[in-house]
Design a protein around this ligand. Structure first.
Ligand SMILES: Nc1ncnc2c1ncn2[C@@H]1O[C@H](COP(=O)(O)OP(=O)(O)OP(=O)(O)O)[C@@H](O)[C@H]1O
Length: 602
């Protein structure tokens, strides 16, 4: 296909961000000069919480891994730096790398245990971690027990000791700004898309070539490092540490901040940290006056507030704010510029044997979902896999794509056994797939969703993405995604959130994503379900064109007209086993198939 510049109308204007950075720098420079000291101090605490919350946004809001234990990482760095500074006189600038290394190692070893947990068990695991670290701080003699450590040295920067809240403000908020930039850069990159894909589930992400374990561990460590940075700053700004700010209460409060601000948004972390810190300070002053006695009444208000936010703005206040912010409404043009094409797999000659399924069997306990299935697919062929509901078609797909391991039998691709390989390895050999139930990330654009498919075709590290050293690779990935979107006829919708498309269009986006993996064989699970008549025709044309280009397709579909007019051959399953195989006309007239699949209706 010709590589050309794709110009597509977009809902947002790229120019909107130009004033953001200078404005942020200006605010950081002048705010401490304009505000009274106690407010500057308040902003410093907001900055410290923002760092922790940004990590939590990455981990929980974007990566989908809920953690109650972030305060413990803040505490580890704060205590380590405090202890080394007070007991051995080690410079804070030396304790900083030490604190980061120790926290990263702790997070890494913690991730080995906690990331094995799924569902509700992961948050419970982090809760247990947060509680135990809190009691550890309180019970270790050399850390001062519950009394804590005092006399921690302050920071010196360019020969000046940071004493004034304003000097801390400049340091803290410069670090916050750099972290915001780094995380936003990360999210707008190959590894960032992989992190965002984690929310779509392990099966989808791995089927696109994403090493989910690697990225889960990476965000666990990154979130811990941001918490550690906050802890180190806290210890030297406060010059005193005790276990209270690092307990489970604080862990819950950080989660609370991102839920209120917007758990899926970097700016939501800052908004949530600011709102909760400011509200807490005000409530601590006013509520005891109102109730006529002292106590932690703000907890009650926070409880009510979170219920209201969950009811009225489930995604948090940041996206709600963005909806009526004027620059969001600006229209613009987004260009996907031409870039060097991504490397392609060597293509097999038409008719060359591609997939060979021999006596494949899958048992779920006593149920045999696939019973000794045999069939073959050659390069350039479209084969339909038919069968009544529950016949075992999706299970067969899952065996070929490595989502499930076969109980027995062999599946070979281009002569190589693949039945015990993980899905990522199978994808790398040239088998791409779509899902019966669409698995896209609804809030990501069509372009970004499709670019996830190209993940394994180029390497870009997390560090390079944060430092924006990946622009050339990113342009190539985006251009490839745009090319595949054009190929399936959705160029007009490239920059729309995938979730705003009709179900039929979302199925087509899944096909574009599978094409972006550079497959030799496409497994399509009910691609025409939910499509209107004209959309089905367009899909049939796309698949026919792909066959013309030498692509092989295995398709599960219940729409008989669609299948019969498209496929070269059909394999029919019933109760997990092969009932018939042949040309569409032969299958249409096969009495056993009519009996089983159509209930004997002619
Ligand atoms: N993970 C699983 N655990 C236990 N049983 C399963 C599992 N997956 C599928 N099955 C069972 O295996 C059988 C085949 O299911 P499968 O989804 O493969 O059928 P299908 O032909 O794709 O059906 P449909 O057309 O309704 O999607 C069904 O009886 C189903 O309940």
């Amino acid at each position: 296909m010709k590589v050309e510049t794709l110009v597509v109308p977009a809902a947002t204007a790229p120019a909107r961000r130009r004033w953001g950075l200078p404005l942020a720098l200006l605010l950081i420079a002048v705010l401490p000069l304009l505000l009274p000291q106690f407010q500057v101090t308040l902003f410093n605490y907001i900055g410290l919480s923002s760092l922790v919350c940004m990590g939590l946004v990455l981990l929980t809001g974007i990566g989908g891994l809920t953690s109650f234990g972030q305060a413990a990482f803040v505490g580890i760095a704060a205590y380590l730096s405090a202890w080394l500074g007070t007991a051995y006189g080690v410079s804070p600038w030396l304790t900083l790398p030490l604190a980061l290394i120790v926290t990263a190692l702790t997070a890494w070893s913690g991730s080995l245990l906690t990331l094995r947990l799924s569902g509700h068990y992961l948050p419970l695991g982090t809760l247990a971690w947060g509680i135990s670290v809190y009691y550890l701080f309180g019970n270790l003699e050399f850390l001062g027990g519950h009394g804590g450590l005092s006399g921690i040295p302050s920071l010196e920067l360019f020969g000046f000791e940071l004493r004034e809240p304003s000097s801390w403000f400049w340091l803290i908020w410069s670090i916050v700004l750099l972290s915001v930039l780094a995380i936003r850069h990360l999210l707008d990159s190959r590894p960032g898309r992989a992190i965002r894909a984690l929310k779509g589930g392990v099966v989808m992400a791995e089927s696109c070539g994403v090493d989910t374990r690697h990225y889960k561990t990476a965000i666990f460590i990154l979130a811990a490092l941001l918490a550690a940075l906050s802890g180190w700053l806290y210890a030297h700004m406060q010059r005193f540490v005790n276990p209270t700010p690092f307990g489970i209460h604080a862990g819950i409060e950080y989660l609370f901040m991102i839920v209120v601000g917007g758990a899926g948004y970097v700016w939501g972390a800052l908004l949530g940290a600011a709102l909760i810190t400011l509200l807490k300070t005000q409530l601590q002053d006013w509520l005891p006056l109102l109730f006529g006695q002292s106590g932690n009444f703000e907890g009650i208000v926070f409880g009510v507030l979170i219920i209201v936010v969950l009811l009225c703005a489930r995604d948090g206040l940041w996206p709600a704010l963005c909806r009526w912010w004027p620059w969001r409404r600006a229209a613009g043009i987004t260009v996907v510029p031409p870039a060097e094409p991504l490397p392609l797999q060597p293509k097999p000659a038409r008719g060359e044997p591609l997939l060979d399924v021999a006596a494949a069997r899958k048992e779920f306990g006593g149920l045999v979902a696939v019973r000794d299935m045999d069939f073959r697919i050659a390069a350039g062929e479209i084969v339909g896999l038919l069968g009544p509901n529950g016949a075992g078609k999706s299970t067969m797909f899952n065996l070929i794509s490595g989502v499930l391991d076969a109980t027995s039998g062999e599946i070979r691709f281009r002569g190589e056994r693949i039945d015990q390989l993980p899905s990522r390895e199978i994808l790398a050999r040239g088998i791409g797939r779509t899902f019966q139930h669409v698995r896209l990330i609804p809030e990501m654009s069509v372009l970004e969703n499709v670019a996830i498919g190209a993940h394994s075709r180029l390497q870009v590290g997390i560090g390079a993405a944060m430092l924006r050293l990946d622009r050339e690779a990113e342009a190539r990935l985006r251009h490839e995604a745009a090319r595949q979107i054009e190929r399936v006829g959705l160029a007009e919708d490239m920059h729309r959130p995938a979730g705003s498309l009709s179900l039929g269009q979302q199925r087509i986006v899944e096909i574009a994503r599978a094409l972006a993996t550079d497959p030799l064989l496409l497994l399509l699970d009910e691609p025409a379900a939910g499509l209107r008549h004209l959309e089905k025709q367009a899909l049939a044309e796309v698949l026919d064109r792909l066959r013309g280009e030498g692509m092989s397709v295995l398709i599960v579909e219940h729409d008989m007209d669609f299948v019969m007019n498209l496929v070269d051959r059909l394999v029919v399953m019933e109760f997990g086993q092969k009932l018939a195989e042949g040309l569409p006309l032969e299958i249409q007239n096969n009495p056993a198939v009519l009996e089983a699949y159509l209930g004997g209706v002619e």
